[in-house]
Design a protein around this ligand. Structure first.
Ligand SMILES: Cc1ncc(COP(=O)(O)OP(=O)(O)O)c(N)n1
Ligand SMILES: Cc1ncsc1CCOP(=O)(O)O
Ligand SMILES: [Mg+2]
Length: 516
């Protein structure tokens, strides 16, 4: 566990399955420290919620004072608030923390209006206070279907309604909304989560897992999102990991024999960090097989000009080895002569005829040396000159004719930066998936997108069929650490282009590949 602190401000559930107890388990399981502020002591069991004993304003205040004096949080997760006074008190505190702490905390609010057992835990009038006082301070709101309807007034019977409900909540001042699809019945047999910040929209689909032990899934989900945000994951990655964590928990308990269910008290199972591909959701990509099956046609990744395509030609080897990325015909010539077998031409200056001529030469050189030469960005020219392959970034993907690239037999590599984009890239079944930036790099602005080797190792394990390429800040000094993640290919720019002796750097990289 690292020293990252998450506060959970929520109610205690004596069964241990939901509320504060679920939050602590999730936060610990996902590697962060949990501090608690109890809002109410509930008495509940399989018959329902029997009693709610709200703590007084003084008790709430003294817990907050104690923590803020010594253990400020990077994320504050809020669950059950039982009355208007508590909502106002917490809103006041959040305003202070956001304005006065050296680093403003991220606020995640799971609007526990109705527990998953169906009992009403809060009064109707609290809604007004939540909407006017609390929501404007919330960075991430995680409603289920009931809570969504209560807060937005929109009943989600279609994908468009779901998007509209999200917008209503954003209009109330929330930073982002992550709507849990567990109780939404738009697509039979599937749970589709929808996350939006108004600018970007993320849709994550998983097969519905039939389960009886689902108590505490809402608290668990919001805590999982909080744990990921506290560790620096972007929201799109946090919601992807949290959905996998829930799928893992729900899948596990379906294995529990009936006799044990009583002992488990109906609670969702709390596993460790989800590592198995089967628990991760699919990203909905416009016109993909999954999107068509769900009759879904929304999203940022809609490809308006061209049709969707997947299953690109293979590179015929799982490990592409050392993969230099260079910006001139001279570099291409020099590196191919030095024995490099995978290479990318990434030209950002030339245009028009000089660009066209350069790409033609690079493709020819690749054929002469029987090497895998990828062209970055310029997919039309790559097709025109019959390149070995094309490398496209996230935005490039939306503007490229993927069906054409596939039909002429060009390989396709896709850039990704974290879990969400990795899951999205998988939908295209590309020839390889690049993950970056692994370390800070001066070659390209990658702020907020540094993955580290721990995340790389987890992503490599999620897909053992597609070659994975690591890129960003990789040098001879850290190459062994990178290869120890199991990744088969390393892409580098400055490690080679800024070296006094590129040929000897290539040789040293080859030796490291042989040793790992
Ligand atoms: C192997 C590899 N990985 C990532 C990139 C980056 O591509 P992209 O995100 O499109 O950014 P630009 O390189 O076009 O600036 C890459 N080129 N190669
Ligand atoms: C193009 C690109 N995409 C992600 S990081 C990066 C730059 C890698 O350059 P370097 O190897 O010099 O860090
Ligand atoms: Mg690009």
């Amino acid at each position: 566990m690292n020293n990252t602190i998450v506060w959970t401000i929520a109610g205690s559930d004596c069964t241990g399955g939901a509320g504060i107890q679920a939050d602590i388990k999730t936060l610990h399981n996902l590697g962060v420290k949990a501090c608690t502020v109890i809002t109410a002591v509930t008495a509940q069991n399989s018959s329902g919620v029997l009693e709610i004993n709200s703590v007084s304003a003084e008790v709430l205040s003294s817990q907050l004072n104690a923590l803020s004096a010594e253990l400020p949080a990077s994320v504050i997760k809020i669950g059950l608030l039982t009355n208007v006074q508590q909502v106002e008190q917490i809103a006041e505190r959040l305003t202070f923390y956001k304005g006065n702490w050296p680093q403003a905390p991220i606020v995640v609010y799971d609007p526990v209006a109705i527990a998953s057992c169906g009992d009403h835990l809060t009064e109707e009038d609290i809604l007004v206070a939540i909407k006017t006082k609390l929501l404007p301070l919330v960075d991430v709101l995680t409603p289920n279907n009931n809570e969504l309807q209560k807060l937005s007034g929109v009943y989600a019977f279609s994908w468009q309604c779901l998007a509209r409900a999200g917008q209503v909540l954003l209009d109330l001042g929330v930073g982002s909304v992550a709507i849990k699809g567990g109780h939404i019945d738009i697509a039979a047999g599937y749970c589709v989560d929808y996350c939006t910040d108004g600018e970007h929209n993320y849709w994550l689909a998983s097969k519905r897992i039939n389960h009886s032990n689902n108590h505490g899934t809402g608290c668990t989900y919001a805590s999982a999102v909080s744990a990921c945000l506290a560790q620096g994951f972007l929201l799109r990655d946090a919601v992807s990991i949290a959905k996998a964590y829930i799928n893992q928990g729900l899948s596990h308990q379906s294995l529990i024999k009936k006799a044990r269910q009583k002992i488990e008290n109906g609670a969702v199972w709390q596993g460790g960090w989800p590592v198995q591909a089967k628990y991760f959701p699919k990203v909905l990509v416009a016109h993909s097989t999954m999107a068509n099956a769900l009759d879904w046609q929304l999203g940022d990744n809609i490809c308006s000009t061209y049709t969707f395509a997947k299953n690109f030609p293979s590179t015929a080897c799982q490990s592409l080895g050392l993969y230099p990325v260079v910006d001139s015909v001279e570099w291409v010539k020099r590196l191919l002569a030095a024995g490099v077998k995978t290479l990318q031409y990434r030209e950002k200056q030339l245009t028009g005829e000089p660009l066209s001529q350069a790409i033609e030469q690079v493709v020819l050189l690749g054929k002469q040396y029987n090497a895998r030469v990828f062209i970055n960005d310029y997919w039309q020219l790559a097709i025109k000159f019959d390149a070995y392959g094309i490398h496209l970034g996230q935005e490039d993907l939306l503007k490229a004719d993927l069906a054409k690239i596939k039909s002429v037999g060009l390989r396709l590599g896709i850039s990704t930066h974290g879990y969400y984009e990795f899951l999205q890239a998988q939908e295209y079944q590309p020839s390889y998936i690049a993950v970056g930036a692994i370390f800070p790099t001066k070659t390209k602005d990658m702020s907020n997108q540094i993955q580290g080797t721990a995340t790389l190792a987890r992503l490599v394990k999620l897909n053992t069929e597609t070659p994975i390429v690591a890129i960003g800040g990789i040098t001879l000094n850290n190459a062994t650490e990178v290869l120890n993640t199991g990744v088969g290919s390393i892409a580098v720019v400055t490690a080679i282009t800024e070296s006094k002796s590129p040929e000897s750097v290539i040789e040293s990289f080859e030796q490291i590949f042989e040793c790992c």
